[in-house]
Design a protein around this ligand. Structure first.
Ligand SMILES: Cc1cc2nc3c(=O)[nH]c(=O)nc-3n(C[C@H](O)[C@H](O)[C@H](O)COP(=O)(O)O)c2cc1C
Length: 236
């Protein structure tokens, strides 16, 4: 409850907000259960309350289901372009060469996921097959593709990311899960005609949205975070 001075009076409020953030994780296997379009609208409407420099709201989202989602998957999976050969032409999500502490963190999540799935470290075929699960949105009933106008500057990418996180949190508030998916970005050439994107639009990422399939091992993954001491400096 909000008190008249705009301060929360009830500790439960913190619990609710924290729970939404703590239970958000990248879910990589979804149930086919459909999601009511009104629920998706509600999520996007509340997420669009995300802040942005001078309220520019630098985001656009294509919500795909059914036949269009299928066409998107087909266009990518039938493109014949293997993930390891794909070019990050529009923007680079990752550094050209990983370095510490990022390299160790990246490896940890990769190994943990493959271990849960029983994929050996040299089992390239199964790794590739798992990566390709991105392109069916891990079987989620809703697949979103996000774009940003290429004429904007880096600041707008900060705002864009906040919009993404807000969607993921709003989804949790409704019992839904998500997986943000940069894997789509390099396939912008395949995505463009399916969604009718303009030349100004850069595909930033995709996002799966749906109900978690709790029976799948990949969803047992729980990622770690560095302790506060590693990334906070309290200066007095
Ligand atoms: C912008 C963005 C893009 C991501 N792209 C992918 C992706 O393409 N495929 C995937 O399986 N996970 C992807 N992830 C999920 C990350 O691997 C995940 O957030 C990270 O390992 C931390 O785990 P957690 O989200 O479960 O806490 C992405 C995350 C973000 C924020």
């Amino acid at each position: 409850m909000l008190a008249p001075d705009n301060r929360y009076t009830d500790a439960d409020e913190a619990e609710i907000v924290d729970a939404a953030m703590k239970t958000r994780r990248a879910v990589r296997a979804f149930l086919p259960d459909p999601i009511d379009e009104q629920v998706i609208r509600d999520i996007l409407e509340v997420a669009a309350r995300a802040p942005s420099g001078t309220n520019m709201q630098p985001w656009k989202v294509y919500v795909t289901t059914g036949a269009v989602k299928q066409r998107l998957s087909d266009a990518i999976l039938n493109s014949g372009i293997r993930a390891e050969k794909v070019e990050w032409e529009e923007y680079k999500y990752y550094p050209d060469k990983f370095f510490e502490p990022y390299l160790t963190r990246r490896r940890a999540v990769g190994y943990a996921l493959y271990e849960l799935l029983g994929i050996g470290r040299r089992d390239v075929d199964r790794m590739r097959a798992q990566h390709d699960r991105n392109f069916v949105f891990f079987d989620a009933p809703v697949g979103m593709i996000f774009t940003i106008d290429r004429r904007l500057n880096m600041g707008s990418w900060i705002d864009h990311g906040m919009f993404l996180q807000s969607i993921m949190i709003a989804a949790r508030g409704r019992g839904l899960h998500t997986c943000p998916q940069a894997a789509f970005a390099p396939y912008h050439r395949q995505i463009r005609p399916v969604l009718g994107l303009s030349d100004e639009e850069i595909v930033t990422c995709g996002m799966a949205l749906g109900y978690e399939d709790t029976s799948k091992p990949e969803n047992e993954l729980r990622t770690e975070r560095a302790p506060l001491e590693e990334f906070v400096a309290f200066m007095k």
